[in-house]
Write a protein that binds this ligand. Structure first.
Ligand code: GLC
Length: 552
């Protein structure tokens, strides 16, 4: 039997998380870039949708090479986003609306402009030298080994002044910290405390699996073929997911637990298997509470069997922990495009929403997901903002496409900004795809999300129930039963993952339910208000959620 979240579960077990990319959410001062006061101004809209917690991607001072993921001061706010007073105001206003605030902690690397790195690169005997990963080359002009940056080409950068190379898993301007150095650990843990003391409710830990590398600096195995940057494919067995990361995660967990209020650690955990994901919770549930489960959200095709297999794994392999399902974020094309078939995208987006919000999981949404924002990649290399789009053009266009301004209204710049030019162009469809217009359309995607969130919150089976996969050999329709802990509420969800209509048959007797009918709670496509469980007719890509009629 799969565990359900107990009645005493911490707040995050029932929360809807929402990722905000501050540059693109709401501009309050007309410079074409979003800011903290903009976010504060939109808190009511978030509350209206049913959001419980927001995660802000980095808002700290940064040269903005990687739009904030290159931090030059961990204990301040980038003036582009506002002031510390604006931040405190945002926290206070969010609290009034029962919205928690999480920050993004980038612990793998700093900016090359961070004073630590400036010091470190001064001389080989500088006290901060060992805070970063400096090594001699293999031979003159040759990096220490074959390791690559995830953003293209060698992960080693030569420094002529001190005649050594430094390691950077990401951009050249993002030197990796040396996590084997206890001073680095202490400094980073202090910044974590700094923000906990200011009242943040937790963190999303950036690139957390890349903190450590093989101490012997062995070459990584070369795989066949080349990547989008034209480099040989490598198997990242020596620069990713090294075992030492678990010690750091346990230390971090201890720190957040020193604070009241169930502060939470979310991890950016792209992992190759559910078994690796399971380890991120810790063998004694003493690491991350919510490592991101990217398996379901990056399947990139509508496939009932594959969805079911992912749900089954999340139930059986995570030691009873809740998965955190993510479909959209600021690094991958929007799910609208990855799952859409070009003809039924609107219906498919509803299926994805239901999958994320009616399964036994914690959902993490991305701004724009609930209105159906599309990926709008740059058309020419000259338009590219995200450097990887320039390094890898045209195969890799970068991540601008999923970072375009939030679409609030059909007005100027979609209500995002009053500027003449916004930092990225507003997507062309903003006149119809926006919060204001969709709020007034009963059948909009936005209201679909809103209804799903409300249902998830109010229905005991969807909120806390166990999850039983039904009709497990059906290749077309994904179905599951949610059963409330007291057994008094049973909800069946059926998701037609195909472009054909299908009829499904549910026999719930083996679960102790002798019911024959269910009352429709929510549906897309034409489905009756009361349905016979032995004969449910589902139009293409339809969603049906029904409350099973239980004998009194
Ligand atoms: C994470 C972030 C990504 C960033 C990278 C380096 O993957 O999500 O946006 O570029 O880390 O910090």
């Amino acid at each position: 039997m799969v565990h359900s979240s107990a009645p005493t579960a911490p707040w995050w077990a029932h929360a809807v998380f929402y990722e905000i990319y501050p540059r693109s959410f709401q501009d309050s001062n007309g410079d074409g870039i979003g800011d903290l006061n903009g976010i504060t101004a939109r808190l009511d809209a978030l509350r209206d949708l049913g959001v419980d917690a927001i995660w802000l991607t980095p808002i700290f001072p940064s040269p903005q090479v990687d739009f904030g993921y290159d931090i030059s001061n961990y204990e301040a706010i980038d003036p582009m986003y506002g002031t510390m007073a604006d931040f405190d105001h945002l926290i206070a206003e969010a609290k009034k609306r029962h919205i928690r605030v999480l920050l993004d902690m980038v612990m793998n690397h700093t900016s090359d402009k961070h004073p630590w790195f400036v010091e470190s690169s001064r001389s080989r005997d500088n006290p901060k030298r060992d805070w970063y990963v400096w090594r001699d080359g293999k031979a003159p002009g040759q990096p220490p080994n074959n390791w690559q940056s995830l953003f293209g080409h060698s992960a080693w950068q030569y420094d002529a002044r001190t005649q050594q190379w430094y390691y950077h898993k990401f951009y050249v301007q993002q030197p990796d910290l040396n996590w084997n150095n206890p001073d680095v650990q202490a400094a980073m843990f202090n910044t974590v405390r700094f923000w906990l003391n200011r009242g943040v409710d937790g963190f999303r830990l950036d690139a957390i699996t890349t903190l450590f590398e093989d101490p012997e600096l062995r070459d990584e195995p070369v795989l066949p073929g080349t990547n989008a940057f034209g480099d040989p494919n490598l198997d990242h067995t020596l620069t990713d997911n090294q075992p030492q990361v678990h010690t750091v995660l346990r230390d971090l967990r201890k720190i957040v637990e020193e604070y009241p209020g169930d502060r939470v650690l979310i991890g950016e955990t792209y992992l190759s298997s559910v078994q690796e994901l399971a380890k991120m919770y810790g063998s004694h549930n003493d690491e991350l509470q919510l490592p991101m489960d990217m398996q379901l959200g990056t399947l990139n095709r509508m496939d009932a069997q594959a969805f079911r297999e992912r749900l089954r794994e999340a139930q059986t392999e995570l030691h009873g922990n809740l998965p955190l399902f993510v479909f959209d974020n600021h690094d991958i094309a929007r799910s609208w495009d990855r799952y859409g078939d070009g003809m039924h995208n609107a219906a498919i987006a509803r299926v994805i929403a239901a999958l994320q919000l009616t399964t036994r999981s914690v959902p993490l949404l991305y701004y724009g997901q609930a209105i159906g924002m599309v990926t709008t990649p740059p058309k020419t290399r000259a338009q590219v903002q995200d450097p990887i789009g320039r390094i890898g053009w045209p195969k890799e266009k970068g991540r601008d496409g999923e970072r375009t301004p939030m679409q609030w209204t059909p007005g100027k710049n979609a209500g995002f900004s009053t500027a003449a030019k916004t930092w990225l162009p507003v997507a062309a469809n903003y006149k119809t795809v926006n919060v204001q217009t969709e709020s007034a359309q009963p059948d909009s995607l936005y209201l679909w999300y809103k209804h799903l969130i409300a249902l998830r919150r109010s229905n005991p089976a969807l909120r806390d129930g166990t999850e039983i996969l039904l009709n497990t050999s059906d290749a077309n329709v994904l179905s599951y039963l949610r059963l409330s802990p007291d057994g008094k509420h049973a909800v069946v969800v059926a998701l037609n993952c195909t472009a054909q209509k299908h009829t499904v048959h549910f026999d719930l007797a083996s679960y102790g339910l002798r019911s024959t009918h269910a009352r429709t709670l929510l549906h897309s496509g034409e489905v009756a208000e009361r349905v016979a469980l032995h004969h449910l007719h589902l139009p293409p890509f339809a969603v049906w959620i029904g409350q099973v009629e239980l004998p009194q």
